[in-house]
Design a protein around this ligand. Structure first.
Ligand code: 3PY
Ligand code: MG
Length: 257
């Protein structure tokens, strides 16, 4: 089965809910894909994924019929190209703080004229069921999405320039880091009022610029709130949370009198 692209899933379903997988094991990513998430993100920044587990994880997710997203480590734009070659449908790049950062990201992730991505998408072509290189080259810049993470004061100040960079398709808010930045290190609280106001402003400016917007939610309730606000991509919790919540819920049921 050919893997659908995130672009096509967004087009058919509207907002997408992505699983967020830190454990470098393809079975975990595949289980999340089969649990009903619209897409699955493999996290190389704070998660434990490395290039080999990303390669295996993308395959497992794709073969379950779900698009895979990769969050790369800070500044590792070479990994953006590699993850796309491995079949990632979108890349989330953390800590994009300037137009220069955004251009470096787009350069690695997009073929000319938008960037300078180098040719070699053997696995991506296999997974997307495209055997004609010319067709892949023609379609892939539009079919693979770049999310620039906005999570610092510098990024907020440079937001309009970041949004104006050709080849940047979307922003993705890191609400924990943003709350740490806005409180000058005093707290990590995504739901604090100033943080939510900043997030709403980022969402509105991204949409006004014709770009998509995503955000990370720690609970289902937060994710529903963000869905109603109009975010395009909402990350819901992490694999560690899914496991803990499932286990504690089942144990409480088992021990109930
Ligand atoms: C943040 O909230 O800072 C994130 O990066 C979400 O993963
Ligand atoms: Mg962050």
């Amino acid at each position: 089965m050919a893997m659908p692209s995130l672009v096509s899933v967004l087009r058919s379903r509207g907002a997408c809910l992505t699983a967020w997988i830190a454990t470098p094991e393809p079975l975990i990513a595949e289980s999340a894909a089969r649990a009903g998430f619209d897409c699955v993100t493999l996290d190389m920044q704070h998660g434990l994924h490395d290039p080999v587990s990303v390669m295996r994880g993308i395959g497992a997710v794709a073969l379950a019929g779900v698009p895979a997203i990769v969050r790369i480590p800070v500044g590792d734009f070479a990994m953006a190209s590699r993850a796309l070659d491995m079949g990632a449908s979108a890349i989330i790049a953390p800590m994009i703080n300037s137009a220069e950062d955004a251009r470096a990201f787009a350069t690695a992730a997009k073929y000319p004229p938008l960037g300078e991505r180098s040719w070699g998408p053997v696995r991506a072509m296999q997974l997307s069921g495209v055997s004609d290189g010319a067709a892949f080259l023609r379609d892939t810049n539009a079919a693979t999405l770049t999310f620039a993470m906005i999570e610092t004061r510098a990024a907020l100040q440079a937001l309009d320039e970041i949004l104006a960079v050709p080849g940047i398709d979307a922003v993705f808010i890191g609400p924990s880091d943003l709350s740490i930045a806005l409180s000058d290190g005093a707290s990590v609280d995504p739901m604090r009022a100033d943080n939510q106001a900043a997030a709403a402003d980022i969402l509105a400016r991204a949409h006004a610029a014709g770009k998509l917007a995503g955000i990370f939610a720690i609970t289902g309730e937060q994710a529903r709130h963000y869905r109603k606000l109009g975010y395009d991509l909402i990350a819901l919790g992490t694999d560690g949370m899914y496991f803990r919540l499932g286990a504690t819920t089942m144990l409480a049921e088992a021990k109930a009198e």
